[in-house]
Design a protein around this ligand. Structure first.
Ligand SMILES: [Zn+2]
Length: 368
């Protein structure tokens, strides 16, 4: 059952906002995607599992990380847990390329990318004021490049999910950033980029974003403002950042929670909303923004979900993807407490245990 405005033939001229600004802009976007190296074909994917990570993800603040409330090495710690606990073999992990300026221009304006050359702009976006004092090349190497690697990971995840039915980027999920503006620790709009690449290169035309980070996903909501090929289910604490009322108008299924919401109420609501979503839209790809800042004790999210509740939440979403027969991309998004990496690794392990994802490489499983 498709949304009223959908046609099963895929996007039409009217449905795509880029076309209304002129075909050349759309053409430029298509060219950039066509020339990108992010969907590389030389990955020897048969020996890999669609779990994406690079040691280049981790951010160094030259000691300034001590001033930051976040665990900026979260991504590497998730990988360490998964490898040391033998959930996945190190050599099975897919390493992405870094997104280039040309890749980022698929969604971002040149003005926005230029603004990131200013230390104070980056410091404001990532909410670490002392970063404004660092030399430009340090900001680029220690902060922007790790984010670009993660963006490359999210974009690649779209391709791998289509081929393998699921993909998890251990980073990404920068849902406060849109094409023209960053904020809330989000410098690049990886979710929008992943979806635009999928539309253009994978022949997909109906994507559902399920955003379960504690915060409202105002970045992708702004980017897809006039694009009905995307259905947005966003469940967030309405009493915290970003209070973006204009972006809220774009949400197809808006679920506003209050601070202090606990496991049972949260999971019951999620089940109800997923059931509703099933009747509203038939996606050919799901983009799952799986922030762990809903965890009890997270100073930013202010919800009270337990580690077991996070595993259950992720399980629900992966079951939903299987029921609607859509490939799923998961990104880890917000949640930078010291405990977040442990919780994410445990949840991925739970998905394996419940057979919702298979961590067998294609070549290994075909030899059985
Ligand atoms: Zn968040």
């Amino acid at each position: 059952m498709y949304n009223q405005s959908m046609s099963s033939e895929g996007p039409s001229e009217q449905e795509n906002p880029a076309n209304s600004d002129g075909g050349s802009q759309q053409g430029e976007m298509e060219d950039r995607i066509k020339n990108s190296r992010l969907y590389k074909n030389d990955l020897q994917l048969a020996d890999k599992v669609p779990l994406i990570y690079s040691s280049g993800y981790n951010i160094g603040f030259m000691g300034l990380e001590k001033l930051h409330p976040f665990d900026s090495g979260k991504w590497g710690r998730i990988r360490d847990f998964l490898v040391t606990e033998k959930v996945i073999k190190e050599e099975s992990i897919v390493q992405p390329e870094e997104a280039t300026d040309e890749d980022l221009l698929v969604v971002h304006t040149p003005e926005y990318l230029k603004s990131l050359k200013s230390g104070s702009t980056v410091a404001t976006i990532i909410e670490v004021p002392p970063v404004a004092l660092l030399p430009n090349y340090i900001i680029r190497r220690q902060i922007l490049q790790p984010f670009r690697k993660q963006v490359g990971g999210t974009i690649l995840a779209g391709k791998l999910a289509k081929e393998r039915s699921w993909a998890i980027n251990l980073g990404g999920g920068f849902h406060h950033c849109c094409g023209t503006k960053g904020g809330g620790f989000c410098v690049y709009a990886d979710i929008t980029l992943c979806i635009q690449f999928a539309f253009s290169k994978l022949g997909l035309s109906k994507v559902m974003i399920i955003d379960l980070d504690a915060h409202q996903g105002n970045g992708h909501e702004r980017d897809f403002k006039d694009d009905r090929r995307v259905y947005i289910l966003d469940m967030y604490n309405s009493q915290i950042y970003p209070f973006d009322e204009e972006a809220k108008e774009r949400i197809d299924q808006k679920v506003e929670l209050r601070s202090g919401t606990t496991n049972d109420a949260y999971l019951m609501e999620l089940t109800k909303q997923l059931k509703k979503a099933k009747g509203k839209f038939k996606p050919d790809l799901i983009l799952y923004n799986a922030g762990t800042d809903i965890l009890d004790g997270d100073p930013l999210g202010r919800l009270r979900i337990s580690p077991a509740g996070i595993s259950e939440r992720d399980e629900e979403v992966f079951k939903f993807a299987r029921e609607v027969e859509a490939p799923i991309v998961m990104v880890t998004s917000g949640g930078y407490m010291k405990s977040s990496a442990r919780v994410i690794a445990d949840s991925i392990k739970n998905l394996v245990d419940k057979k919702l994802i298979s961590i067998e490489a294609i070549s290994a499983s075909s030899s059985l």
